[in-house]
Design a protein around this ligand. Sequence first.
Ligand code: SF4
Length: 321
Amino acid sequence: MFFIPILDRTTNQLGTLAQNKLEIILRGYERKSYPNSDLLGTHLPVNLLAYNFCKTQRDVYLYITGEVLPESWDRYQGRVVHYFYEIIYNKIREIITTSSIDKINIFDSLLTERDSLKQNAIKKYSGVYNKVKGMYGTGDLKKKNDDLAENLDKIFRFEVSLCSSLVNFEISRLYNQTGGDSLLQKAAALHVGQQFAASPLGFSDPVSPDFIYKQAVGDVKTGEWQEYYQHTIAAYALAVENHLREDVNCGVILHVNLDQSRKVPICEKTEFINIDDTIRRKFLIIRDQKLYIAKYQNDPGLPEDDSGCVGCNHHEKCWGV
Ligand code: SF4
């Protein structure tokens, strides 16, 4: 919700970036965005299509031949954090849409629920936790759990205070308003968990952006910053366009760095981007490479060395160590 201030006060539309008229050819509803005809009917999950870490795309081959990606603490924590954002945004939306303007107090309402919301996020992935906890000794595991709890607290304080201030700002400008409609239009046009069907693009259905704020699609990222994060935003835009036949021009990569030495999440690399043809084309080229591997099940093999494989959970499978 950090991008609310760019709303144009007259039109209530996203400001600066959205006002730039983008000449975009590769829309999700255009056939030129579809895969080559021989790849039609082959589908992969958007997260796999957008992930461009592996130099040879061998991760796709491993996926379609049933190789399960081993779990890790980082993957576990990333999932919990993602879901925690979803819970917080849904709660904020619920408060705004069910309360009258004179009763809305996001900060106080959410503060009383903080611990149960945290527990909900942690419980949702208890199955993954049970798989990874055995990798650590008692002391290390306790430290990791404590750090995760602290990280959720940081995110909660940061998001709730920010959202509360921004919604209060909207309320402060609606003195004569007694109903919720106008406020809803301005402050609650935030959607989480929406699902879109985009199988003509080679995407497994459904595609669900982490959040949508007005015309912008959003993705929460917790790992180390990667250039290919833009692919996910491009994929979300294409999917929404394919499903709704409406243009999506911009997106947000909400990059959350949970540095234990800081009291607030570091969002230094968070980006608000125009989803232009350059970004779309980069993603679509990778998509076609991956769909090709999925369709013909050819093992693309290993890169020359494993220098680009550091951090990949398939390392042991590929390199034997
Ligand atoms: S270990 Fe390397 S080659 Fe294997 S899937 Fe991961 S990045 Fe690709």
